[in-house]
Design a binder for this molecule. Sequence first.
Ligand code: NAD
Length: 313
Amino acid sequence: MSEKRAVVLGAAGFIGSHLTDRLLAEGWRVTGMDNFITGTRRNLEHLSREPRFDFVEGDICQPLDAITGRVDAVLDFASPASPIDYLKHPFETLHVGSHGVENALRLAKRAGAVFVLSSTSEVYGDPLEHPQRESYWGNVNPIGPRAVYDEAKRFAEAITVAYRRYEKVDVRIARIFNTYGPRMRLDDGRIVPTFVAQALRGQPITVFGEGTQTRSFCYVDDNVEGIWRLLHARFQDPVNIGNPHEMTVLQFAEAVQRFVGSHCPIVHEPLPEDDPRVRRPDITRAKEVLGWEPRVGFEDGMRRTIAWFRERV
Ligand code: NAD
């Protein structure tokens, strides 16, 4: 059988670039696309001589006519994802989650390709059910500051399901929980790079509120394995991809201090509006449908991530 071809939208981003590497390692050809709004060319530099990779610079909110020929999978990982990024780019975030996702779905329909949406645990909002199962409809403030991201992703899921229902596109929906690892931007404002950069620079670690809110962190290799399996699973409903190992933000800050070997203090800052109080995926479905669960332990993943950041601080 001839070589398969994937189109990765958001290929210059954190997860998109790791996914591109994985697809290439599995023998696929990959066309990446990105407008660099939050991603960076550096994430793809190592592929400059890779004959099975090509890149189109562009905005997926414009029709994707430049992408022609055989396409077996369209993986949409294009969207500002960190609060700093989507609050700086509110309209771009709303547009990429609506027009952008529809353009990606149209491409998948035209090519007869599988479509994979990178949705998010933020569709659960500040959840009243814990841990979060895919059957939970969420508790999202539609007019709060985070709505530009949360509601864009909820719309993205809705239009994806509409293309499945009415246009017969073969879709996958990954509800991704906090993912971390090398190639995150140091200044993207997400908790892992922020705390690690602060500790490496010997600055105080800034915890929002008391730090009793919980988070669970999935190492990027585990995430990509989950996406890879989802791509191949004949399963069209949403699947949580995340690590169920839950900890408080304060525990996380203390772990960063320990791993970095830093004696910098932990300081508290006001809690942002609508900050989720708890976050932990129920991954029963991913285990059953994909035979997937995270393999990389927290300490191992953090050490690999810190080593990468240490070179760049
Ligand atoms: P990222 O910001 O590193 O990557 C997103 C990429 O998409 C960037 O390279 C950006 O330039 C590109 N992009 C954005 N808008 C675009 C547009 N209109 N046209 C072309 N390219 C565009 O973020 P990430 O963490 O890699 O997230 C990737 C996807 O996974 C996003 O959809 C995000 O919502 C989702 N996700 C990520 C996490 C996480 O913890 N990292 C959690 C939940 C969901």
